[in-house]
Design a protein around this ligand. Structure first.
Ligand SMILES: *Cc1c(COP(=O)(O)O)cnc(C)c1O
Length: 330
């Protein structure tokens, strides 16, 4: 059963329009044949259209609404040196005439490339910190310093993974459901694979599918860094936060969610032989650019799953392409 009140609240929720929506749901027949899965599609959120696109655009549409920016002089956020989220936040700040400070994990690159180049191109000030754990405290210190100097900062948490940001992916789930329901491919259930890290994307998908009452879409998040158990609990927590904003709860039967952590390899952002192979396959067989940190590992996870378990007849597979191409060019 669907939660029509919460869905109506989601539809009416304020957002700033940044993305070109809907993103396409692309059939990829040559890739499908190679992977041995007849009904394979790619949901192209890599082409969400704002400042080279990616999944963070949908979350920022909910985070950066005019009401929240009233009186704000600075946006502060944080990420890796190649953060896609930092790129999009900096681009938004440039367009809105706000100052942007990015806290990234050091050292300062000698000649920045990829997203690091774009952070600077969009005019952001960069503060580097030695470790990933240093980022959130550094953002708080910065916000206090800006306040002491008479400004006012809005801190966007890492990855815009908040209950609010996740509403962007609850909406994306509904967009995808409409596209799936319009496919005349004989499938009656869907496996949806994608990359997961700060978990707002999968939390939103989980929330959207649950509100729509759609257990026929099973989510499989492939971790870019953390163990699967941590990913699952962080995803559920954010989905609960998002549900609360909509005046509802996730209920007793959230949509099916599974997290995989078998593709992390030597760690966050470090390619593996499987991720390099997946990047080659998507490039050669579909003209699709995967990134080294997230989507190539998610694609490798999808291929691993399909090799191990196969796909039942009547099931289609969707790969959510969350973006990140600038990282490949770094
Ligand atoms: C941030 C990011 C992810 C992970 O999304 P989360 O919402 O943080 O889990 C996946 N792919 C790309 C390209 C990203 O930039």
């Amino acid at each position: 059963m669907s939660d029509t009140d919460a869905l109506a609240r989601l539809a009416a929720w304020p957002r700033v329009s940044l993305a070109h929506l809907p993103t396409r749901l692309l059939p990829v027949p040559r890739l499908a044949e190679r992977i041995g899965c007849r009904k394979l599609y790619v949901k192209m959120d890599a082409e969400s259209g704002f400042a080279l696109g990616g999944n963070k655009v949908r979350k920022l549409e909910f985070e950066l609404i005019p009401e929240r920016l009233e009186g704000i002089t600075h946006l502060i956020t944080a990420g890796g040196a190649q953060s896609n989220h930092c790129r999009l936040t900096a681009a938004f700040a440039a367009r809105a005439g706000l100052k942007c400070v990015l806290v990234t994990v050091g050292p300062e690159p000698e000649s920045p490339t990829g997203n690091a180049l774009l952070h600077r191109l969009f005019g952001a000030e960069i503060l580097t910190v030695p470790e990933r754990e240093d980022r959130t405290p550094a953002m708080d210190v910065l916000a206090r310093r800006i306040a002491a100097e008479g400004g006012r900062a809005l801190i966007i948490p890492i990855g815009a993974s908040t209950g609010l940001g996740s509403l962007g992916y609850a909406s994306a789930a509904l967009e995808l459901l409409e596209q799936l329901d319009a496919l005349d491919d004989g499938a009656d259930s869907t496996l949806l694979f994608g990359s997961t890290s700060s978990c707002g994307t999968f939390a939103g998908l989980l929330l959207g599918l649950t509100l729509a009452g759609r257990a026929d879409v099973q989510l499989i998040g492939v971790s870019a860094d953390a163990p699967a158990s941590e990913i699952t609990s962080a995803t559920l927590k954010l989905a609960v936060d998002g549900a609360r904003l909509l005046g509802t709860s996730l209920g007793l039967t959230p949509a099916p969610l599974h997290s995989m952590d078998s593709q992390i390899g030597a760690g966050y952002g470090i390619p593996t032989s499987a991720s390099i192979e997946a990047t080659d396959m998507f490039g050669r067989l579909a003209g699709i650019v995967l990134d080294p940190t997230y989507t190539s590992k998610a694609a490798a996870g999808m291929i691993e799953w399909l090799e191990r378990k196969g796909v039942e007849k009547g099931r289609r597979v969707v790969f959510l392409h969350t973006g990140g191409a600038p990282g490949l060019l770094s």
